[in-house]
Write a new protein. Structure first.
Length: 277
């Protein structure tokens, strides 16, 4: 009956629900799935709201600089050349540098985006994660995967599932390859006789979570510690978004200001030459 009902749920809910139904009743499984989906939507909304404007501002700035250097500046330089202004060649060189620099930035940004997209594809993301965890254990990918795993693991703890049951559920979540990878590695460590804290220490997870689990083992309150870790992650994400937004906006405003100074100097040069005649 439970599996029959899950077939009529949306795809996003059904992916999580089918795994939870192995060890939970329908009510708990549906509640856990909805909680996770709600949190994921909230994080996505916060990320889009915080990063969309700075990214659009930065992209618009580079596009504006390229268009200005390609279409407007040549006309202005042609006017300077017709007036036989000696410094016209210097400004032409600067225009070429601006145009080339904006093109290089656009190409590098596009190439970087494509590389990230390829490496984060579902069939490659596990290898990418293991590589990043080995070389950059505090990278954004490791922190994000650790947060996602904690979110799923917390829902299992809230439903009083054993660690064995929780890890088996999460290891089967193929739609979440990194959560599945981490759960599988922890399960293998536990089967070798390690404690949960020892298993997490040997697993490619963010060290902050390991510290929270160490406190949880002493306080015997795993649920509260996991909630505390997720609360810390939310505050850290909000702070990172604010820093990114301020940095991008400041960089954009500085470059726009430099371009305005450059345009002003080009516009005023013919006027200064005429005043000397």
């Amino acid at each position: 009956m439970d599996s029959f009902i899950s077939g009529y749920c949306g795809k996003q809910i059904r992916v999580y629900l089918s795994g939870f139904l192995s060890y939970m009743n329908l009510r708990d499984a549906l509640s856990a799935s909805l909680n996770i989906i709600r949190q994921e939507k909230h994080e996505k909304s916060v990320l889009i709201k915080g990063c969309l404007y700075p990214c659009l501002l930065l992209g618009g700035m580079f596009a504006g600089i390229f268009l200005f250097a390609s279409f407007v500046l040549p006309v202005m330089l042609g006017l300077m050349d017709s007036l036989h202004i000696d410094s016209a060649l210097d400004y032409a060189l600067m225009a070429g540098i601006i145009r080339t620099g904006s093109m290089i930035m656009a190409v590098l940004t596009a190439a970087g985006g494509i590389c990230v997209w390829v490496m984060l594809q579902q069939k490659r993301i596990r290898k990418t994660y293991l590589m990043m965890a080995a070389k950059f254990p505090e990278s954004l990918l490791v922190k994000t995967a650790t947060r996602d795993f904690t979110r799923f693991f917390l829902e299992c703890c809230r439903r009083k599932l054993s660690t064995y049951e929780a890890l088996h559920i999460l290891a089967a979540l193929q739609e979440k390859p990194l959560v599945s990878l981490i759960a599988g590695m922890l399960d293998q460590s536990l089967l070798r006789g390690d404690t949960l804290e020892e298993a997490m220490r040997s697993c490619p997870l963010e060290k902050a979570l390991v510290r929270f689990i160490h406190i949880a083992a002493s306080a015997k309150d795993c649920t509260s510690m996991l909630e505390g870790y997720l609360a810390m992650c939310e505050k850290r994400t909000n702070a990172a978004i604010r820093r990114f937004s301020r940095t991008v906006q400041l960089t954009s405003y500085i470059l726009i200001g430099l371009m305005l100074v450059f345009v002003y100097s080009v516009l005023m040069l013919p006027m200064s030459m005429l005043s000397q005649i």
